[in-house]
Write a new protein. Sequence first.
Length: 195
Amino acid sequence: MESLADLRARAKNCKACDLWRNATQTVFGEGAEHPKIMFVGEQPGDQEDQQGKPFVGPAGKLLDSALEEAGIDRRKTYITNAVKHFKWEPRGKRRIHKKPSGSEIAACRPWLDAEIATLQPEVIVCLGATAAQAQLGRDFRVTQHRGELMKSSLAPFIMATVHPSSILRAPDEESRHAEMERFIDDLKKLSRFTR
């Protein structure tokens, strides 16, 4: 079986879909070599595309804060995305996130499958609908199963919750605070995997 370093090196040259054309670089997952918890988001954002690391932008900072509140050390987890290149559209001078298509998610699936096979986490946490549907099927609804630890063929357990960026998009401070509390509560359910 390939090591994460080997996979990361091979992924740098991935051209399985056209997203590589407008991305700065492939953003592969990173974290502990033997994590009990693996987080899977949708795709890199603008900051991640520039830095080449997952979850380092505003959503990543919110995730870090929630993990700390939930008593989870990010360094002991592994964090990746279902799609490894940033899909965006220009809006003035800014690059605005654009949802990846089913074919783009499918093109990246072998990388995610290889990460899972190499790491063999005890629980996979899908952050948001795109990651959850990539792992659990297109009919899966985070709203119906949020925070549930479910048995899985991918890992002993899988759980879906919101993507941190959805909290950032909440309409006001009160909504953001309430959504953050719910997100932290979801993450606290992972405490049995942190021992």
